[in-house]
Design a protein around this ligand. Structure first.
Ligand code: URA
Length: 189
């Protein structure tokens, strides 16, 4: 019998721990923040790295940016149990600094493994860090809201909800881009 998607995801999480990926980050963080939601999701959201709240709770996007993400999901009649949410880097960087290139490189195979298991119709990247891991050399200010095909996967670059939270123009752009998701999914179908 094929192993269930959830079992395969649990196995990827175990590999990160067993292989001691980014041991320095692991040491300074409270815990690994692997991902949450449906292993059968049509859409996977990929953020940057856990922040303080995520580090404490062990779940991605549970702080202010996460509340904004929840509101935008509600706007397109979805909730976080129906999608899958993760980050490129899975430990909180100290003092919320940007993840380093070598940290993103170290975690990329595990993100790719998660996507391989879930097989979503759409991967929505949140912010430039996760976008550039999957779509190198693009500028988010130029390509946000435009679905791109890369290595057989449809990727929608979006601004990061934390960056957009207190910036009126960017906030509206993110909301407008988010509103495109249902029609993009329909087209893929
Ligand atoms: N910002 C991110 O990129 N990821 C989180 O999980 C929380 C905030």
């Amino acid at each position: 019998m094929p192993r269930s998607k959830q079992v395969r995801l649990d196995d990827i999480k175990k590999q990160i721990l067993d292989k001691k990926v980014c041991p320095e980050l692991a040491k300074s963080a409270t815990q690994l923040v692997f991902g949450t939601g449906s292993s059968d999701a049509d859409i996977v959201f990929v953020g940057e790295a856990p922040g303080k709240n995520e580090d404490i709770q062990g779940e991605p996007f549970v702080g202010a940016a996460g509340k904004f993400l929840d509101q935008m999901l509600e706007m397109i009649r979805l909730n976080r149990e129906e999608v899958y949410i993760t980050n490129i880097v899975k430990y909180r960087p100290p003092n919320n600094r940007d993840p380093l290139p070598e940290e993103k490189d170290a975690f990329l195979p595990y993100l790719q493994a998660q996507l391989e298991v879930i097989q979503p119709k759409l991967v929505a990247t949140l912010g430039r860090h996760s976008m550039n891991c999957l779509l190198p050399d693009l500028q988010i200010s130029k390509v946000h809201g435009q679905p791109k095909r890369y290595k057989g996967q449809v990727i929608l670059p979006l601004f990061h909800p934390a960056a957009a939270l207190y910036n009126g123009a960017m906030r509206q752009t993110l909301i407008d881009d988010f509103a495109l998701i249902p029609s993009i999914i329909k087209k893929i179908n």
